[in-house]
Write a new protein. Structure first.
Lengths: 161, 161
């Protein structure tokens, strides 16, 4: 598998920016594994976190081109630094009330929270780095996953110690 | 403020889909408040959660057009149904070690977790619906927010009771 890169892009919150930025990756043949965009402290500025897998050289070309876009304020490949990565996942698991306890107990190992309970299903929420989230999903697979929503990764550089 | 809509779009995980979908919203003048895209249980299929504010009639036109795109499998405006919404946020707060305890205590009210500690700062993680997340950010503002990353909202329909 190609190297995973986590790119943080700070943009002016104008419309069309998102499709121009994501279009830049796809024009170069990069498939985006995940993308998140949300407002920052300053609501006129949004931060995008893009996870792609691919070649270092091709990626640095994309980053150079992104930097030239009018609405792009800053682009950083966090992969080179030390950073905290987190993802949010909600999973709806099909489970009869008799086995509910078992699912909740397993979920607690991952510090997952129950966010909704139905007659035949549970919705659980978990956050963590990619590995933990994948392990949680694998665990839930045994019970039957009915729905799965992943936020995609967000990342923040680690603070100087 | 215009009505908030949460749209869930299931797409084939091909490249370019993301920019085509987001471009469809901006072509109609919708500004995207947040967008998340991540893989589902089936890695060839991704789910996008898009939050926009705007006019119901214009939005149903966008949804109709999205449904016509080759790589779009399903589009749902969750706003009409009952759903669980969650967002993940990481905040880096500037704080000297003397006041660290105070921040952590306040954060615990929101069930925020400390994910990184530096000499002069803390990184906290919190999940919740928009209102809770905004209240948490407001609270942290008093200490000085150095960095803020939001995943944007993900949503899942509530289970039948």
């Amino acid at each position: 598998m190609q190297k995973k890169h986590t790119i943080s892009v700070l943009v002016e919150n104008h419309f069309g920016v998102l499709s121009r930025v994501s279009g830049m990756f796809s024009a170069r043949g990069f498939n985006i594994s995940s993308l998140c965009v949300g407002e920052t402290e300053d609501t006129s500025i949004s931060r995008m976190t893009v996870v792609v897998r691919g070649d270092d050289a091709a990626l640095s070309q994309v980053i150079q081109q992104l930097n030239k876009l009018v609405d792009v304020i800053d682009v950083k490949d966090l992969t080179a630094e030390s950073f905290v990565e987190r993802e949010l996942v909600m999973v709806q698991v099909g489970v009869e009330s008799a086995r509910r306890h078992e699912v909740i107990q397993l979920a607690s190992i991952f510090r997952a929270k129950v966010v909704d309970v139905g007659a035949q299903s549970l919705v659980l929420e978990v956050t963590g780095a990619e590995g933990k989230v994948n392990a949680f999903i694998d665990m839930m697979r045994g019970f039957g996953i009915e729905k799965l929503v992943r936020s995609g990764e967000i990342a923040i550089p680690r603070s100087p110690k």
